[in-house]
Design a binder for this molecule. Structure first.
Ligand SMILES: [Ca+2]
Length: 245
């Protein structure tokens, strides 16, 4: 029994490692422009304009559709050159959403953008009004959505999103329910200097959400249904995920 108690923490640590969390931004800061990564990777973010507001779990960040409203997470937020990964967050789109380049999408909440070079890992809506807009995933190219959710998001409605992606296998979960897949192949670009943008598609993308975003996580692997369910059910901040990857 004594031996079991001794090894139990290591078993738990291994289970958490299997989730391959590479970044976690709970956004519970109470002041300032820094958005801290709670993993040991310390990929902290910076925002020039996203206000701190009450969120889904503790505080969150509010975006109001202007170009200062984004969070820049250094080193691509753990998703640079990441051919297989996952992105998860709570998001609530409210009101009319800004159109991005050539009105390809509206109210973008994630992107990695290098002007004239690449536009990747974009989550946005397909219409300006969240009451009718559906969620789209554009992993590889600015004008190629590979998944569109089945239902409209609703105006001012919280949703928990999970994107699992890998070349040839993509899946969107909305509120822990699988809501679209794609077999599109492609390649995520390697440029460590390009940030992961939260709340916007910056630069030439020129797409800015009016939303509240909370509990943002990135993974270097895809998540299974059990993990998606666990994340969706969380009501507090997790503190046991200091994993270097
Ligand atoms: Ca929070």
């Amino acid at each position: 029994m004594k031996r079991l108690l001794f090894i139990l923490p290591f078993i738990i640590a291994n289970i958490l490692s299997a989730q391959t969390l590479v970044g976690y931004w709970p956004m519970n800061e109470t002041s300032g422009d820094s958005v801290y990564d709670q993993t040991a990777n310390l990929r902290n973010g910076y925002t020039a304009g996203a206000d701190i507001v009450s969120g889904k779990i503790g505080n969150a960040r509010s975006f109001v559709g202007t170009n200062s409203d984004n969070i820049a997470i250094r080193a691509g937020g753990g998703l640079n050159n990441q051919q297989t990964g996952a992105i998860t967050c709570w998001v609530k789109w409210s009101g009319t959403q800004d159109a991005d380049i050539q009105s390809q999408g509206y109210g973008a909440i994630t992107s990695r953008q290098k002007d004239a070079t690449f536009s990747q890992q974009i989550i946005a809506l397909d219409a300006a009004d969240p009451a009718t807009g559906k969620i789209q995933w554009r992993p590889y190219a600015f004008n190629v959505p590979v998944i569109t959710s089945s239902a409209a998001t609703g105006d001012g409605t919280w949703h928990y999103l999970v994107i699992n992606y890998s070349s040839g296998a993509h899946r969107l979960y909305v509120d822990a329910v699988s809501d679209g897949t794609a077999t599109t192949t492609g390649s995520i670009t390697n440029d460590i200097n390009i940030p992961l943008s939260i709340g916007a598609w910056i630069g030439e993308g020129a797409g800015y959400s009016t939303s509240i975003i909370d509990e943002f996580r990135t993974y270097s692997d895809t998540l299974n249904q059990t993990t998606v369910d666990s994340l969706y059910a969380l009501t507090g901040v997790t503190r046991k995920m200091r994993i270097i990857n």
